[in-house]
Each structure stands twice: as structure tokens, then as C-alpha cells.
Design a protein around this ligand. Structure first.
Ligand code: SF4
Ligand code: SF4
Length: 175
């Protein structure tokens, strides 16, 4: 019995049965890709190979990626009120907000208000849980759909206010 089994295993190896089975699976999936291509896709391109970076992947709407500090589109002024809520709710303490007190005139009265001075966000330790974004009262802090956060040095992962307001630089590759 064991002799018959070993002969069977030798024959399988000799005739490359496992290799042929594997190739058959690959061919079956490739044929399906040719017959049922994605909407508008070239049927000669396999649907199983992402063509990144030439083709950017579709990122889910609720993806939490690169942080952005949004300004008021009409005035260009920061929408951040320096309330510090985002820094307080962050479980890993990666946000630092500082402010100054500025005087302003409201009719006859002189009032004071907090003005954002610096905003530091350490993306290297952020776990993209979204708590800061969800608790921001002015909705100015946003975790965007941009996912290309890789840099050459760890220093580039600590973003200051300017970087946060500008947002990540998206490189578009040509086909
Ligand atoms: S996404 Fe989460 S971990 Fe990252 S800064 Fe916001 S609260 Fe902190
Ligand atoms: S919670 Fe929003 S408004 Fe408050 S400091 Fe953070 S980003 Fe600014």
C-alpha cells in the first residue's frame, strides 16, 4: 500500500500534476477577467493586478488618511478656534495646539479671543482612529482620503500648521 502511494507521488511529481493544476486555476481566473472586465476597463488587463501608481485606487469615502486643517474658503482664515479638543481626545497624544489672546473691536467694546498660533500633528504615531476629526467643533480638522504618507525620514512625519493647511502633495503619474 505504501509502495503504491509512493509510486503515485513520484508520478505526480514526474508529470508536474500540481503545477498544471495551479496553472489551470490561474488560467480560469484570467479567462474570467477577459470575459467579464471591469466597467470601461481594457479587457486585456487583468483585474487582479493593481496598476498603481499609474492608476489611483478608489479610496472608500470613510477612509481616514492624511490630516488637513481647513481654512474658511471665503476669507482664507483658519477655521480652527484653538479649543484644544482634538489634542485632549487623542488617545496617543500626537496633537499640540497653542494659541495667543488677541484683542478685537466689537462696536464700542474691546473683546479678546483665542487665535491659533501653532498646530503640530505627528503622523508617525497617529493611529487614524478619527476621534480628533469627529470631536472638532468647527469641522476644520479632517482626515482626508490621501493615503501616500511615506517619506524618507521620520522628521518629515511631524507636520506643522503650514503643512496641515497646505495638505499633502499628490503626485499624478502619466500612463
Ligand atoms: S486620528 Fe486618533 S490617533 Fe490620530 S491624531 Fe486623531 S485622535 Fe489622535
Ligand atoms: S478641535 Fe478643531 S477647532 Fe479645536 S483645536 Fe482641534 S482642530 Fe482646532
Amino acid at each position: 500500500m505504501s509502495e503504491r502511494r509512493s509510486i503515485g507521488s513520484i508520478l505526480r511529481r514526474l508529470f508536474l500534476v500540481d503545477l498544471i493544476k495551479g496553472l489551470a486555476v490561474t488560467l480560469r481566473y484570467s479567462a474570467r477577467a477577459l470575459v467579464e472586465p471591469r466597467d470601461g476597463a481594457n479587457p486585456l488587463q487583468s483585474i487582479y493586478t493593481a496598476q498603481y501608481p499609474k492608476e489611483r485606487p478608489n479610496i472608500p469615502e470613510r477612509w481616514r488618511g492624511a490630516p488637513k486643517l481647513n481654512n474658511d474658503p471665503r476669507t482664507g482664515e483658519s477655521l480652527c478656534t484653538a479649543c484644544n479638543v482634538c489634542a485632549l481626545v487623542c488617545p496617543v497624544d500626537v496633537i499640540q495646539v497653542s494659541h495667543a489672546s488677541r484683542e478685537f473691536r466689537d462696536g464700542e467694546k474691546v473683546k479678546k479671543k483665542k487665535v491659533l498660533t501653532t498646530f503640530v500633528f505627528d503622523t508617525s504615531r497617529c493611529m487614524f482612529c478619527g476621534l480628533c476629526q469627529d470631536n472638532c467643533p468647527t469641522l476644520c480638522l479632517e482626515l482626508t482620503q490621501e493615503f501616500e504618507l511615506a517619506v524618507d525620514s521620520r522628521a518629515g512625519l511631524v507636520w506643522d500648521r503650514e503643512m496641515l493647511e497646505k495638505g499633502i502633495n499628490v503626485v499624478t503619474y502619466k500612463k
